[in-house]
Design a protein around this ligand. Structure first.
Ligand code: GN1
Ligand code: MG
Length: 358
């Protein structure tokens, strides 16, 4: 069993309790208990992350910068193996992190305060790293959030994918086309100098934030998709995953609603940390961020459905079609509130109107 061999290469003895951990779709994660110490072991999905060494290099680069410049920041440092490496290969690439005691993660955002804490952690992460030369950071998944490419891949799937599935997805395929404006705006803004490449997390779901016992944000985790990117990726994925009380897995679409207070919390938490970093143009694209990511995720699920689930797989028949439908519903619900939510744009003055004042 490779897990035992991996643990050994990181200097563990044989007394380990190994349990599956977390709910990610891509990597496989275990919690390891050895005596009174707890760890997180992760196997990197090599089909998705073609260059695991790039992930490892990024994490070590970011870690060294944060530890050197912001020693109070809680950076979760991967363990070093007997070979002095933070990643080891045995039938796959593995790494181990200490389990941060007195911390917890959440699978569901229950209150605006939690959304605020998470958004400020993701904003803080990018802001603290704004001093690094972005060219030093490697791209762990090329074109990961390149919406133009995702759109092209979708068109490609329409030509080469399952004909039967294309028929079943006809109404969603229409929806993709009816929102093409989201793609052209993406091309315009990312082609302009007013949008900057920064250290971007690219997976800002709530389970990637550690909270302390008082439910205050401690730090962000899961740095595999940290690479150069645009702020709309991080803000957008928070909107995608925090604004509705139900997730992308929900089959009853009537439960998908946009909660205004959570929108406010995401914008405020992120804005407060990033206001000196973002350009004026970027500051006017918070709402767009949500539409951009939700649309891209709908497109990714739909493309994968048409391609017979080669990327995400499926746990029940048509899961990716359901998820795509769910995400289009979410997009619709968000767009309906455009005018109202765009009014929630934080400048320093409005930021004083804080959550805690009610
Ligand atoms: C994947 O593996 P997980 O759940 O952290 C995906 C994200 C999607 C998400 C949708 C590398 O993330 O981009 O938003 O599923 N990660 C990768 O649930 O493709
Ligand atoms: Mg992830």
């Amino acid at each position: 069993m490779p897990i035992h061999a991996i643990l050994k290469s990181f200097g563990f003895d044989e007394n380990n309790v190994i349990e599956s951990f977390g709910s990610g779709l891509i990597n496989h994660t275990w919690k390891i208990t050895n005596g009174s110490n707890n760890y997180i072991l992760q196997k990197i999905n090599h089909h998705v992350f073609k260059n695991p060494e790039a992930i490892d290099a990024n994490i070590n680069f970011i870690g060294a910068y944060l530890i050197g410049n912001y020693p109070h920041y809680k950076f979760v440092k991967p363990l070093s193996s007997a070979n002095n490496r933070t990643i080891e290969y045995k039938d796959g690439y593995f790494r181990i992190f200490p389990f941060i005691e007195n911390s917890h993660s959440k699978d569901i955002v229950e209150t605006p305060e939690q959304a605020y804490e998470a958004a400020s952690q993701f904003g803080k992460f990018t802001s603290l790293l704004s001093g690094i030369d972005i060219r030093e950071l490697q791209t762990t998944i090329p074109d990961f959030h390149n919406l133009s490419l995702r759109y092209t891949q979708f068109l490609h799937a329409l030509e080469n994918g399952s004909q039967q599935r294309i028929k079943k997805a006809a109404s969603l395929i229409e929806k993709v086309k009816s929102h093409e404006g989201i793609v052209s705006l993406y091309e315009r803004i990312t082609g302009s100098n007013d949008f900057k490449l920064r250290v971007t997390h690219h997976d800002t779901k709530i389970s990637n934030v550690l909270f302390d016992d008082n439910d205050k944000g401690l730090c962000v985790i899961d740095l595999d998709t940290v690479m150069p990117g645009y702020f709309i990726s991080d803000v957008g994925d928070m909107m995608r995953t925090y604004l509705s009380p139900v997730s992308e897995e929900e089959k009853d679409f009537s439960k998908i609603v946009i909660r205004d207070e959570f929108y406010r919390a995401v914008v405020q938490g992120y804005y407060e940390e990033m206001k000196d970093v973002l350009t004026e143009t970027e500051k006017t694209h918070f709402f767009y961020a949500g539409t951009f990511i939700i649309y891209m995720q709908a497109l990714r699920f739909l493309t994968d459905y048409i391609n017979d689930d080669v990327y995400y797989g499926e746990k029940y028949p048509e899961q990716n079609l359901v998820r795509a439908g769910n995400q289009f519903e979410l997009l619709q619900r968000l767009l309906e509130k455009k005018e109202k939510l765009e009014g929630i744009l934080y400048c320093d003055q409005t930021a004083q109107n804080s959550l805690h004042k009610g």
